[in-house]
Design a binder for this molecule. Structure first.
Ligand SMILES: C[S@@+](CC[C@H](N)C(=O)[O-])C[C@H]1O[C@@H](n2cnc3c(N)ncnc32)[C@H](O)[C@@H]1O
Length: 473
């Protein structure tokens, strides 16, 4: 696509950038690339291809899907729009514009995996914006992404989250672009994903075996993330047992001596078995205290929750028994911690999943469903979210949503948009979802039960109003 700035002299370009810098002190400046120069207004409209409907029909036993069959060309309308997933075969820019009329601020999670602009020509889809060495390759990619991300921003609910897979080719530029669209204060995390092993063959410098998932909130301060429960069953720290262990689980010894904010009431002497009087930290006064008040210590001592013993240097120490399943008042203890921003979801797993559904290597590097399930699970209300993916490719995101719904009975809805470059939508995405919903035989001829769900297939038609100033929604 010709770029108007390419014909400029170096001095003209410097002057252009200088003028931009006057109005803008910090951030990203690039040469905007226009995808279409026409002056008509294009009003995109979603048009359903009913012949491609995938409807579920199931008899239910104990609320489980027991039998699922496909019914194409179904005439029956569903009452509830959330009951079906949506696949839109289209360039995502008009499709997103069409969605703004229906789902403004109604999307909870956006996950996208845009072309990384790697320069690689082996993919089924275009992954190169200009020659890899071309000086405008980032500009074109940024112009392409900016338009789509601004539309995505309007679709996102006030407490919505966006996740974007990316690698080092465009990570730095994307981060600044997102700062501009979402605001730097809405940056939440840059998740680092180990995605492959043995990448040493690709480089003579340092093996890159990871990519990233950039995450922003529409309003990060309003965004609550789910946390993961801490399971202690396999934690070797809990190694001691006593008469309470049947209910309380095993325990470890936690030092009663504590160096934090000082309080006089927590600085009292405890009498050791040989009569020695022990103060926290060894002597009375700052900085150490006991963790428990005198009353609580005496309660613990009476019930056998306190252990006093000498350490290797012969000094007395006092410990609390910290049990696996209950706190010291015998209340069941459930502990939660934030999920980690460092994860491992290997690309090979995604390729195997797709191969096993479609029986051929038809699309390189689909993301593993487990990655998308993990990201959706970070949303605090994850069972009832509307998820949008507008670079859907092979449809991994909808597969992940179907899988989660079938696991926990949630009613997540998925909206996918993908173009049909090299028949990706018709030959990869749609057949994948059809198989996953209705059941299929995997590459080892094993029967895989369908996950259920309904899908409707749309294309986008543009109503054109001639010779008008174009206004992007
Ligand atoms: C990196 S792939 C996404 C792969 C996907 N995450 C998966 O697991 O299968 C990017 C996809 O976006 C599609 N795509 C690229 N530009 C697009 C556009 N402007 N509109 C719609 N789809 C586009 C490509 O055809 C490609 O299938």
């Amino acid at each position: 696509m010709p770029n108007k700035y390419e014909k400029w002299t170096k001095n003209e370009l410097i002057e252009y950038i200088r003028q931009h810098e006057q109005s803008k002190k910090y951030g990203l400046v690039w040469e905007e690339s226009t995808e279409s120069k026409d002056s008509d207004i294009h009003i995109p409209v979603l048009v359903e291809d009913k012949s491609r409907r995938i409807n579920k029909k199931f008899s239910s036993t104990n609320n489980q899907l027991s039998q699922i069959s496909l019914e194409l060309n179904a005439e029956q309308e569903s009452d509830n729009a959330n009951d079906f997933h949506i696949l839109i075969e289209s360039d995502n820019e008009p499709a997103l514009r069409a969605l703004t009329a229906l789902y403004d601020k109604k999307v909870d999670i956006i996950y996208i995996d845009p072309p990384y602009n790697t320069g690689n020509k082996d993919f089924r889809y275009k992954d190169t914006f200009r020659r890899h060495t071309h000086e405008y390759r980032h500009s074109e990619w940024l112009s392409f992404m900016e338009k789509r991300l601004r539309l995505a921003y309007t679709l996102l609910a006030d407490d919505g989250i966006i996740f974007i897979s990316i690698d080092d080719n465009e990570h730095a530029h994307l981060r600044l672009l997102l700062d501009e669209i979402f605001g730097e204060h809405n940056f939440i995390v840059n998740i680092v994903r180990r995605c492959k092993s043995g990448a040493g063959h690709d480089t003579d410098k340092v093996a890159i075996e990871f990519d990233y998932v950039l995450c922003y909130g529409k309003n990060a301060s309003q965004t609550v993330f789910a946390q993961q429960e801490v399971h202690t069953e396999k934690d070797k720290k809990y190694k001691y047992a006593d008469e309470y262990s049947g209910r309380r689980g095993k325990y470890y010894l936690r030092d009663l001596d504590y160096k934090g904010s000082y309080s006089k009431t927590l600085d009292y002497p405890i009498t050791m078995p040989d009569g020695t009087m022990l103060y926290p930290g060894g002597t009375e006064g700052k900085p150490n205290t006991w963790r428990w008040s005198k009353k609580k210590y005496e309660w613990g001592k009476t019930h056998g929750f306190i252990v006093e013993k000498k350490n290797k240097s012969g000094q007395w120490k006092v410990y609390i028994k910290q049990y696996q399943y209950v706190d010291n008042n015998d209340a069941i203890r459930r502990r939660y911690i934030p999920y980690r921003g460092l994860c491992e979801f290997m690309n090979g797993v995604g390729s195997n999943e797709l191969r096993s559904i479609l029986h051929q290597d038809i699309f390189h590097y689909p993301k593993p469903t487990a990655l998308i399930k993990f990201l959706i699970g970070l949303h605090n209300n994850s069972r009832h979210v509307r998820v949008l993916d507008f670079f859907a490719g092979s449809g991994t995101t909808c597969h992940a949503v179907l899988s989660l719904n079938s696991e926990d009975g949630g009613n997540r809805q998925c909206i996918l948009i993908t173009n049909n470059e090299n028949n990706i939508c018709a030959e990869v995405c749609y057949p994948r979802l059809k198989n996953v919903m209705s059941g299929y035989k995997d590459s080892k001829n094993k029967e895989i039960q369908g996950l259920g769900g309904e899908l409707r297939y749309y294309t986008v038609e543009e109503n054109i109003v001639k010779n008008q100033k174009r206004k992007i929604l």
